[in-house]
Design a binder for this molecule. Structure first.
Ligand code: FES
Ligand code: FES
Length: 161
């Protein structure tokens, strides 16, 4: 059944009409709102590349119906920073070249942001646990770890996007 859902994305209030109540949030972000940073990988909540923040928590968007975010705050990778003012995580990922194909990175950046928001000084084990649901087929894990540690250090020193 057709429905209209109001929610906030990257600080902007939106009203989106969809033909089916169970249209996935990911499809709306990419196809209706043209926020192409959030990726479609498995479509089965198995790879993590579609991760977004919903009310500050990292959640997969590929199977979540749009109706589940009614009235809630969604943040995608586009909401972290801009090319002129990148989030410290984005800056550190660039400096460490923490990616090869880059397909997984928007989901990983979102999971890392959620981690640093709740734990500014994570250990390596805590970082690994926070990224447990985010697969990277290119195997850039060591660089990703280094980048997150670097961003955490800068954020503790007060650096922001
Ligand atoms: S596309 Fe959502 S978890 Fe893989
Ligand atoms: S950089 Fe290619 S999948 Fe992670």
């Amino acid at each position: 059944m057709a429905t209209t859902v109001a929610f906030t994305v990257n600080g902007r209030s939106v009203n989106v009409a969809v033909a089916y109540e169970d249209t996935p949030l990911l499809a709306v972000l990419r196809n209706e709102l043209r926020l192409m940073g959030t990726r479609f990988g498995c479509g089965l909540e198995q790879c993590g590349c579609c991760t977004v923040l919903i009310d500050g928590k990292p959640e997969k968007s590929c199977m979540r119906p749009l109706s589940a975010v009614a009235g809630r705050n969604v943040v995608t990778v586009e909401g972290l920073g801009t090319p002129d003012r990148p989030h410290p995580l984005q800056q550190a990922f660039l400096e460490e070249q923490a990616g090869q194909c880059g397909y997984c990175l928007s989901g990983i950046l979102i999971s890392a942001k959620a981690l640093l928001d709740r734990n500014p000084s994570p250990t390596r084990a805590e970082i690994a646990r926070a990224l447990d649901d985010n697969l990277c087929r290119c195997g850039t894990h060591n660089r990703i770890m280094r980048a997150i540690e670097k961003a955490a250090m800068r954020m503790r020193a007060g650096v922001r996007a």
